[in-house]
Structure formats: C-alpha cells, structure tokens
Design a binder for this molecule. Structure first.
Ligand code: PEP
Ligand code: MN
Length: 474
C-alpha cells in the first residue's frame, strides 16, 4: 500500500485532525474521570504484594510527606524541548542503567555516566547542528518488569528480583521478599543522585572545554574509526575557535547544561505518592522524575499504568515492540495525549534491527494518518538481547543496526527520528560484545556488573554517538 506522508506530520504542527475526530473510548480530555488513585480501579500488572499491608501503608505515608524531586516548571521546559525534537529541531538522548542498584550508588559512577552522556551530546549536537536534550535513566530507575513472577535456580524457585525499590537481587528467600521500607531508601538515593546531577549541570562540571577531552584510542585504525576521530578533532577545533573569538569559558553557555531524569513508571503506589498538584496551574505532576514511560509489558489500553499516566502532566513515553498493533498505538496515544500537545508523548520503539525495518513503517503510517504529533525515539537495546555463555548480552553491531534501520525508515516515511534511548554506563564494563574495542564473548565474565540488562560501556556508547552524529549530518 502507498505510504502516507502528510506534511502536517512532518512539520509536527497540525493538531487539528486528531481533535476533530470523535474521541475514542477512554479519551477524556478534561480529565473529569481521573484522580491520583483512579488507577486502583484498573488491573495493575507487575506490582509486588507486600507481606505486611500496614507497614506498606506507613512507608507510603512517609513518601507522601517528602519534598518533590523535580518541579513542574522543569517538566514543562522538557516538554517544550521534546516538541522541538518532534519537529526535527532537536534530538533526544536518554541513557543510563537498566536498573540502578542501592549497592552501586557512588559519586564517581554518577559522574562517569553523566560525563559520557555529555560527551555523546556534544558529538551529536555538532553532527546534527541542533540541540540535544539530555535525560538520564538515573535518580529513579529502580523498579523492573519481569517476564516471569518467579525464578528457578538449581531446582529452587523464588520470587523474581523486581528492582531494588521492591526486593533484593540475592537469590535467597529473605532478599526476594518485598520490603516497603525500600521505597524510602530509593527516594533517598534519588534525592542524593539528583543533588549531584544538579551540581554537575550548573557548577561547571559540564564545561564544554572539559567535556570534549575524550580518549578515542579504542577506535582503532579502521576507516570508520578514522572518520570518527576526524569528527572529534573538528569539535575540539570549533570549541577552541569559539574561545578564541571571546566566548569566555565562564559564560553559562560554556559551563552549564540542562539535564533531566527519567524512569519507567512501574511501581504505581510510589509514583502516586510523589504526585503533587502544581500550585500555579492546578495540574498534577509526578515529581519522581521529569519524564516517565510506560513499559512494553504494562501498556494495556484499559490497564492501571495508562490510567495513571494519562492524568499527570509530565512528558511521557510509551515503549512499543513489534508485537503491538498499530491501531492500538493510535488509541493509546489518543488516551494519553487527547489534546495532541507536541512534546507530551514520545513513542519509544524497541523491536530489534530486522523487525524494526519490517514493522516500523506500519506504526509510522498509522500515527501519520491520525494526525497525532509524537516524538519518535529508538531504543535499540531491548529487541536485541541474547544469551551467550550464560550471560544476557547484546551485540554492538545489532544495536547500531537498529539505529541505522530507525533512521532509514523515518527517512523513507518522511517522518522525524527524534532521539535514542540506551542502556549504558560510564564505566568500563564488559556486558555488550563488539564495538571498536572488540569486547569478545569470552570477556563477558571479566567485568559484568549489571543487576538486570547488559549496558553499553563508555567506549561503546561514545562510538554509537558518533554513528548517530553521522546520520544526523546526512
Ligand atoms: C527497560 O527499559 O528496561 C524495559 C524493561 O523496557 P521494555 O519495557 O521496553 O521492555
Ligand atoms: Mn532493560
């Protein structure tokens, strides 16, 4: 069938079509039927059952009294930037751990991931000639959806690990019991992580001159490696030129940056307990992070997660695999963004390289036909997971291929590739194989630290940023 490519969808400006069509079932633009706890009347998948309901209630009561972690104005700023990305005037970079872990909280780890995200964003800004919106899967990425409620090891069956905000990763009955006081511990971890991130972003750590000091030895002598080194040298030269022209390294432009946080809104009790009514607008914001997404496993049209998210005014995302039905995606977007506000909704596709090439066109054309404005983001991680020598891993090659397919398909469809979403760390781990540094299958056991899915290490993440920059440039 001919692919539709409306100018409206390309410009990301025509809000009239979606509004003009009759509202689909569940669409409630006035939010008349929404309250902070209306999700409780729907089926909530992936929620823990706490052994002591009274303790759980007390822990939530404490969270309700805690100060917000992020502020409504910041969420609105981010939404504006996501709207720009939807229109091709910006690009989104989301990255961080699959699951943050209490035991791995350290200032150096936060700094290293933050630094790599900044380096990637400098490369991509230069490549695309447009601003990069930076979001860390940090300061809140604690709850994990699981494909099975239990896990069997050596004949022993225990509840699955659901993330440090719920239970412990150690394989023993006590650790796997959901503990409500972990909610408070998670909140405190988020507060201290955010405090450091805010310090880095405004206190000079984000200095452009400092951030462009990268080590590209791993790129090697390949043609691709040389072209990336060439690009890096041009970025460095440009920064030196700007400084020589009189752009003082103390100017805010040179040493400050905006940084946002995001996580999957999975554990609804916790998200509800951090939801506050904004005094200036009377809108509700989930103050646990700037951006929240609904995972592939919890995006049912009539489910509790969609019900909760439709009423909070943070910018939100939906993760979509090839298993989704394009018509359902359109209905989901209508429920979550009934007024078709640009920047409100991002669609994060995660299908695997081959499947994305085959299926993404149907999703794009369904959304284009509906007139909905969305920010398309590529998660090249979750559709490319495989098991090697007993380790969950991903091949850099496949990750890059999915990004490549994402750019190709959007180009063919006259649609806008708005960003990428990665599982990555600033550390020198060996969790994904391949890349210029040639992590081999036998290296996996040397520095495999993740509590959940395998992450790109600093070099692999940087290498992918160079690839994205080359695509944004062309
Ligand atoms: C994740 O982002 O870690 C995740 C679980 O993603 P998805 O919902 O797409 O599987
Ligand atoms: Mn993951």
């Amino acid at each position: 069938p001919p692919r539709r490519c409306t100018v409206a969808a390309r410009d990301g400006m025509d809000a009239s079509r979606a509004v003009a069509s009759p509202p689909a079932a569940g669409v409630d633009p006035e939010m008349k039927n929404w309250t902070m706890d209306s999700w409780r009347r729907r089926e909530a998948l992936q929620q823990p059952v706490y052994p002591d309901a009274e303790e759980h209630r007390r822990a939530l009561e404490e969270i309700r009294r805690m100060p917000p972690l992020v502020f409504a104005g910041e969420c609105r700023t981010l939404q504006g930037k996501l709207a720009e990305a939807a229109a091709g005037k910006g690009f989104v970079l989301m990255g961080g751990d699959c699951a943050e872990a209490f035991a791995q909280l350290s200032a150096n780890r936060i700094r290293d991931t933050y630094r790599v995200l900044l380096q990637m964003s400098v490369i991509m800004t230069f490549g695309g000639g447009m601003p990069v919106v930076k979001m860390g899967r940090m300061a809140g990425q604690f709850a994990k959806p699981r494909s099975s409620p239990t896990e069997v090891k050596d004949g022993v069956e225990l509840p699955s690990y659901r993330g440090d905000i719920i239970n412990g990763a150690d394989f023993d009955a006590e650790s796997r019991l959901p503990d409500p006081w972990r909610l408070l511990k998670a909140y405190n971890h988020c507060a201290s992580t955010l405090n450091l991130l805010r310090g880095f972003s405004s206190g000079g750590y984000a200095s452009l001159e400092r951030v462009s000091k990268w080590n590209l030895d791993f790129m090697g002598a390949t043609k691709k490696g040389k072209s990336y080194i060439d690009l890096a040298e041009r970025v460095e030269e440009t920064i030196s030129f700007m400084v020589a022209c009189g752009l003082d390294s103390n100017m805010p432009l040179m040493k400050e940056t905006e940084f946002f946080t995001c996580h999957e809104a999975l554990l609804l009790d916790y998200e509800e307990a951090l939801t506050r009514e904004d005094s200036t607008t009377s809108l509700f914001y989930d103050t646990s992070a700037h951006f929240l997404w609904c995972g592939e496993r919890t995006r049912q049209l009539d489910g509790a997660h969609v019900e909760f998210l439709r009423g909070v005014d943070n910018p939100i995302g939906i993760k979509v695999s090839d298993k989704a039905d394009p018509a359902d995606l359109v209905s989901l977007i209508a429920i979550l963004n009934p007024r078709n506000k640009p920047g409100r909704l991002s669609v994060v596709t995660r299908m695997g390289a081959g499947k994305l090439r085959a299926h993404l066109p149907d999703f794009i054309s369904a959304v284009q036909s509906s007139g909905q404005v969305v920010t398309w983001i590529c998660d090249p991680m979750h559709g490319n997971t495989e098991s090697v020598n007993g380790f969950k891993t991903r091949r850099f090659e496949n990750v890059q291929k999915e990004v490549e397919a994402f750019f190709d398909v959007h180009e063919e469809m006259g649609s806008i590739p708005g960003g990428i979403h990665l599982e990555m760390t600033g550390e020198n781990v060996t969790e994904c194989v391949g890349g210029g540094a040639q992590i081999g299958e036998d290296d996996l056991n040397s520095r495999y630290h993740t509590h959940c899915d395998p992450r790109l290490n600093a070099e692999q993440a940087l290498e992918l940023a160079f690839y994205v920059a080359s695509r944004l440039r062309s």
